[in-house]
Design a protein around this ligand. Sequence first.
Ligand code: GRF
Length: 220
Amino acid sequence: MNNPARIAVLISGSGSNLQALLDHTQRPSFPGNVVAVISDNPGAYGLQRAQRAGIDTTVVERAPLASRSAFDNALAAAVDACTPDIVVLAGFMRIIRGALVERYAGRMLNIHPALLPKYKGLNTHQRCLDNGDLMHGTTVHFVSAELDGGPAVIQAELTVEPDDSSDSLMTRVQALEHTIYPMAVRWLAEGRLKLARDAVYLDGQALDAPVVVSAASLVA
Ligand code: GRF
């Protein structure tokens, strides 16, 4: 791990989590820098955020490539080219497959807008409402070959209010993401967070379950 750690961020859309990370890395005490932003979507607003911050951007589109494997290879080449210590998936809407997962095992994080293992995949906020859940939230986890299935590191949870909609939940969950994702990236960059034999270690202690923080404690 370099000091400061070299961080590559993969996005497909708005990039609000990228922005939160950029804001944190601008603090002198943050132990890492975003050195590259890679998107599969040339129209991703997050690319503009990166450019405004003076960060190199790369676009790897699926459409012009002959196969999904060709895309996987091109994406892996783009990631490798910036020699990251840490790879951060921040709203990257494609499944990471093959060599890329293995090469960055223990160094690649994702954030998923649900309290995993609940609601892997899409439409998490609506599914939470449809099931009448009392609690909802977001999870930072290490990336494994299974979609949204790698070992969880930290969760932030909130109470679902009677008047919540899918949109209001998305807004409230994203506010939590903007705090816990930079926190987890910091831990990884500092060497406090490790993955070994599928167990997550924080400060040398194996976690039986992810660290859980409440919305109230984050606001306080
Ligand atoms: C986040 O809610 C994240 O949990 C999910 O995709 C969304 C990305 O939002 N993986 P943004 O692009 O960071 O604004």
